[in-house]
Design a protein around this ligand. Structure first.
Ligand SMILES: Nc1ncnc2c1ncn2[C@@H]1O[C@H](COP(=O)(O)OP(=O)(O)O)[C@@H](O)[C@H]1O
Ligand SMILES: [Mg+2]
Length: 294
């Protein structure tokens, strides 16, 4: 039996660390690369790896390419103990990203590529696998598939957590389809036009949502439960690479949710795990930081 089944993205990240990110209009729109590396990530893959590191049984539904990057990604998912029996192997290029890390803050800029042939469709989903998990986690990369998966899970009364970064009609659809939307910082205002966070989250909340959460970078996170807004400041760390922080936040959130912790503790545990991950490089490679003894 699987605890957490995830539907969504994986990515092979080609990481360039820069002393500072040059703008195209800066006097010198050129910058030396301080360091290069390749590591595995992607929203759902990283969240599942976090859940695995915290002792949960996990399974991944998403597309994997047939190239070297696809093979690397597959091996990394397996290494993290993630079941791939419902993943879809496709002829073609695995999704990848070029990630620019600004060494001054550890903040990252992501340039991503995902060939159209890698799209996940509702017909790719294994209904039985989703229905037999304890929780479903989805992202907003292939919204049709995520919404369909959420429907299958909710028919069975399962909680559905999500990663919503898109402040558009698809982002809104996905929020409506899940039970625990976990939004990126710009989404509440982007979708509602409301600058007050409590009011924006209240405007997005649906009757079937048990909680609505938003991550706030170094500022931590906030969560609306019933009519109460819980806010938790971020844990101060010297961030060297924030890649995957939001995904690791969601993995620790899911672990705490399944353990039955109250909202405030869920936020605290998720913030702590995400902050620790910012002190390590990469997305899936910084998941080790969430284990009690990294
Ligand atoms: N510089 C930082 N210092 C400490 N914690 C951070 C930092 N950046 C992110 N976090 C943690 O990671 C979580 C997710 O980060 P955020 O920037 O909101 O998401 P994203 O990964 O989408 O950029 C935050 O809620 C916070 O807990
Ligand atoms: Mg961030």
């Amino acid at each position: 039996m699987v605890d957490v089944i995830g539907v969504g993205a994986n990515s092979v990240d080609i990481v360039y660390r820069l002393a500072a990110l040059p703008g195209p209009d800066s006097p010198f729109a050129k910058a030396p690369i301080a360091d290069t590396s390749v590591s595995c990530g992607g929203q759902v893959a990283t969240t599942l790896a976090t859940c695995s590191a915290l002792g949960l049984r996990t399974s991944y539904i998403g597309t994997l390419g047939s190239d070297d990057r696809g093979r690397l990604m597959r091996a990394e998912l397996v290494r993290h103990g993630i079941d791939l029996s419902h993943a879809i192997l496709r002829e073609g290029e695995n999704p990848f990203a070029v990630i620019l890390i600004d060494e001054r803050s550890g903040e990252r800029t992501v340039l991503w590529r995902r060939a159209p042939g890698m799209a996940l469709a509702p017909s790719d989903l294994d209904r039985g696998a989703i229905a037999s998990a304890r929780l479903l986690h989805v992202d907003d990369v292939d919204v049709e598939a995520s919404v369909a998966a959420a429907g299958i899970a909710r028919e069975r009364g399962l909680p559905v957590t999500s990663d919503v970064e898109r402040a558009d009609a698809d982002g809104r659809r996905l929020i409506d389809a899940v039970t625990v939307p976990i939004l990126a910082e710009h989404v509440p205002r982007g979708l509602t036009g409301e600058t007050d966070l409590a009011r924006a989250l209240a405007a997005l909340r649906r009757a079937h949502h048990t909680m609505v959460c938003v991550t706030l970078g170094a500022g931590g996170a906030a969560l609306l439960e019933h009519d109460q807004l819980h806010t938790e400041p971020g844990v101060p760390v010297r961030a060297i690479d924030t890649t995957g922080a939001g995904d690791i936040f969601r993995g620790a959130f899911i672990h705490a949710l399944l353990a039955g912790h109250p909202a405030r503790d869920i936020l605290r545990l998720a913030n702590a795990a995400a902050a620790r991950s910012c002190t390590r490089r990469g997305a899936m490679s910084s998941v080790r930081a969430v284990s009690p003894e990294p």
